[in-house]
Unconditional design. Structure first.
Length: 333
């Protein structure tokens, strides 16, 4: 399985052996550790090379409270939210991560000794969780709207004024993983940490900052090269609507000047406008509107190559969808 994970992680053979080894690892902690290490390696291999981030300190969150129904290392359930499981945000309790922490503390242990220590800490974690939620109630910080749309929800959980997520990490029962948390994870920070994080995101994130943020109006090529922080939507708009994927010296106006002007218009007016001359006929608009279930559009002047424009506003209308989303069979320059 380890060899297949390195050379053919998408193959049918890898999936077959993954299921087989997974069943064998259920009652074998030592094998479970190696199994989860392989899964983590495959996950990192499959991750996109395009760097995109979500806001952690400035995204909206909800605070909820309820009566604890059940507790496990995988999270808790509340009687007020049936069918929802609230997992410990930014905390990994997997055997692989727990073993990595154990080896960081005692690097002279053998595999069997590490497995025994993992089993011991799992027992201690279950005992701690039972005591932490003995009061029967909990307060949770979750991403905005998550309780209405998800069954498995990442949450920072507080019981009797104690931050359970932070305690799991501090007591050695879990490992901190930033990729397992979202906006709710800021509840694990102190007041200074939250203020510093909010300031850093206000300076670093581009494309979705508020109109009161001075960075909203400043073109910042330095951020693109050295401090690029964009949400998936902002990255998409920057590459497909406002800017271009490639900058070619053979087309300085199309690839350098016009993206700059579109970006300037977007920053000042709050919307993207088609500022460059009309290009060849675009045949993808109807298919795009049909796929996205957008209202049908009346005939209108030919849009620019970089976006589809609102026909009511003419060729200088608002851009709402780039034509680069669709098949490359279209006749483009």
């Amino acid at each position: 399985m380890a060899i297949l994970a390195d050379v053919a992680p998408y193959s049918r053979e890898y999936n077959t052996y993954r299921q087989r080894v997974g069943r064998q690892a259920q009652d074998n902690t030592e094998l479970e550790i190696e199994y989860e290490k392989i899964l983590n390696r495959v996950k990192k291999t499959r991750e996109s090379v395009i760097r995109m981030q979500d806001r952690h300190f400035t995204a909206p969150v909800d605070e909820i409270a309820g009566t604890v129904d059940s507790v496990s290392p995988g999270g808790i359930t509340l009687k007020e939210f049936p069918g929802r499981q609230f997992q410990f945000s930014s905390v990994s309790t997997s055997a692989a991560d727990m073993s990595a922490r154990i080896l960081g503390e005692q690097n002279n242990l053998t595999r069997s000794e590490v497995a025994q220590e993992v089993d011991s800490r799992r027992g201690g974690m279950q005992e701690y969780l039972s005591k932490a939620f003995a009061g029967g109630s909990a307060r949770l910080v979750v991403p905005r709207g998550a309780t209405d749309s998800s069954e498995n929800i990442r949450a920072v959980i507080l019981a009797d004024g104690e931050n359970v997520n932070r305690e799991l990490i501090d007591q050695g029962y879990g490992e901190y993983r930033e990729d397992l948390g979202g906006a709710e994870a800021r509840a694990m920070k102190g007041a200074i940490g939250r203020a510093t994080g909010s300031l850093a995101e206000g300076l670093a994130f581009q494309g979705d900052s508020g109109i009161l943020n001075p960075m909203h109006y400043l073109p910042s090529p330095g951020h693109t090269k050295f401090w690029q922080e964009r949400t998936p939507l902002a990255q998409y708009l920057n590459n497909e609507v406002v800017g271009t994927r490639m900058r070619r010296w053979q087309r300085p106006v199309h690839d350098f000047l016009m993206p700059y002007l579109r970006g300037k218009a977007e920053r000042m007016l709050g919307e993207t406008r088609c500022l460059h001359p009309a290009g060849p006929k675009n045949t993808t608009g109807a298919r795009a509107r049909e796929k996205l279930k957008l209202p049908s559009q009346a005939p209108h002047p030919t849009p620019s190559p970089g976006c589809l424009c609102d026909p009511a506003a003419g060729s200088n209308g608002r851009c709402f969808l780039p034509d680069t989303l669709h098949s490359q069979s279209d006749d483009r320059p």
